[in-house]
Ligand binder design. Structure first.
Ligand code: HEC
Ligand code: HEC
Ligand code: HEC
Ligand code: HEC
Ligand code: HEC
Length: 276
């Protein structure tokens, strides 16, 4: 991020300003002065700053930790803005304009209303949505709005967190188990062991990536890199398929990935044998 953007992003906070947009504009002018850039108005929208985030960081906004989660997350890093989930106009510091299409998450018409999340998140994460849409959970969300897990149950609202195997089991156990509202108390441990298997294959794959990148023979490295990619593909598809919460196609894809990773390791162990 260029220095002037950094200054713009943080100046309101450093100056400890309240919620008044005019003060924030003043802070931005100050920031551009400090950074030796043009006045902000002259290049509004010309840089990739997110004004929702800037203002929500600078002001006493509701749900502060949510904004911090976002900043540190894959979403924050990959330019997925507040407006991608909430709607609104992220290019203005005028709160009324920015919020024009933004409602509270408790409003059923909001894109971040609990049961609308699969559609909102799924607009970017199609493979996960496709699997999720086959589940009983998805039907229930549609029917009842709340009684089943939605995307935020396991990934937090904006932070794109990933659960550990145990964390996943704990989530299932909130609803599945003796005396709980959902049947099939075996679901939590099924989910946990599916995830453990996924992690196991991933942990076989990762050191191979490093090893192969250090191979000097270009032809051999290129061939092994291709094989790694072929092993990674079903693993990615397996992680998406797990969003159906039944694990048949997950297991198939995972087995395919495991076989291919094992083949990569065989070739790494036996440099003479992999010529073809
Ligand atoms: C100039 C400052 C400012 C900007 C720009 C801004 N917000 Fe806000 N926002 C606030 C403040 C302050 C509140 C709390 C008071 C209120 O509801 O108006 C708030 C409230 C909200 C709420 C809660 C709404 C509710 O009804 O509970 C959401 C969601 C939200 N903002 C999202 C956004 C998004 C998304 C953007 C960009 C498209 C954005 N904000 C831009 C300052 C801002
Ligand atoms: C990946 C989607 C996503 C992104 C990105 C995101 N949010 Fe949210 N946000 C949500 C969800 C989901 C909720 C609802 C939480 C709940 O149900 O309690 C929420 C809740 C909120 C709330 C609390 C008020 C309400 O309506 O519940 C505010 C304020 C807010 N977000 C602001 C922001 C701001 C500012 C940004 C950018 C810094 C942002 N959000 C980025 C999904 C997102
Ligand atoms: C505008 C597109 C967009 C929307 C909407 C969106 N995401 Fe993302 N998401 C991304 C991008 C881009 C990444 C980072 C690159 C990647 O991992 O594909 C990402 C990454 C993720 C990751 C992986 C994080 C990691 O460390 O690997 C999860 C989990 C995730 N998003 C969940 C969600 C959830 C849940 C929602 C809805 C509340 C959501 N996303 C909404 C685009 C989006
Ligand atoms: C019951 C828990 C749960 C729910 C609900 C859930 N996920 Fe996931 N999600 C997971 C797990 C577990 C993983 C795999 C984590 C890992 O890679 O270790 C995952 C992975 C992801 C990833 C990263 C995929 C990758 O290959 O890195 C994305 C994106 C994602 N989920 C999106 C969604 C979306 C969108 C929804 C809603 C339609 C959703 N998830 C609902 C548990 C859940
Ligand atoms: C927020 C509550 C909640 C969470 C969390 C949750 N479930 Fe469910 N689940 C339900 C409800 C409610 C049903 C529907 C029961 C019915 O059909 O009456 C259901 C149904 C199912 C079904 C289809 C019916 C069956 O059991 O054969 C499967 C499979 C399932 N859940 C697996 C899981 C797994 C695996 C997890 C964790 C990754 C999980 N669920 C997390 C509430 C939840």
């Amino acid at each position: 991020m260029p220095m002037s953007d950094v200054a713009r992003r943080w100046a309101p906070r450093i100056l400890g300003l309240g919620s008044c947009p005019c003060l924030i504009s003043a802070a931005l002018l100050f920031a551009s002065f400090v950074a030796g850039a043009e006045p902000v108005g002259a290049q509004a929208g010309a840089f990739e700053s997110n004004r929702c985030a800037d203002c929500h960081v600078a002001t006493v906004s509701p749900n502060r930790s949510h904004v911090t989660d976002w900043q540190l997350s894959a979403h924050g890093r990959h330019g997925v803005g507040c407006e991608d989930c909430h709607g609104g106009d992220a290019s203005t510091f005028d709160a009324a304009l920015a919020h024009r299409d933004v409602g509270s998450s408790s409003n059923p018409s909001s894109p971040v209303f609990y049961s609308n999340l699969p559609k909102t998140c799924g607009s970017c994460h199609e493979a996960q949505l496709e699997a999720f849409a086959q589940s009983r959970h998805f039907e229930l969300l549609d029917e009842t709005g709340w009684r089943a897990p939605s995307c935020s149950t396991c990934h937090t609202d904006a932070g794109a967190f990933l659960l550990s195997s145990r964390g996943l089991e704990r989530q299932c156990k909130r609803c599945h188990g003796a005396g709980k509202r959902a049947p099939h108390p075996e679901n939590p441990s099924l989910a946990r062991s599916a995830h453990e298997n996924l992690v196991q294959v991933r942990e076989m794959l990762e050191p191979a990536v490093r090893l192969i990148s250090s191979i000097e023979d270009d032809t051999r490295r290129a061939r092994l890199e291709q094989q790694l990619e072929d092993a990674q593909a079903p693993l990615t598809r397996a992680a998406a398929a797990a969003h159906a919460f039944t694990y048949d196609s997950f297991e198939e894809l995972l087995a395919e990935s495991r076989e291919r990773v094992e083949e990569v390791w065989r070739q790494l162990a036996n440099p003479e044998g992999d010529a073809q």
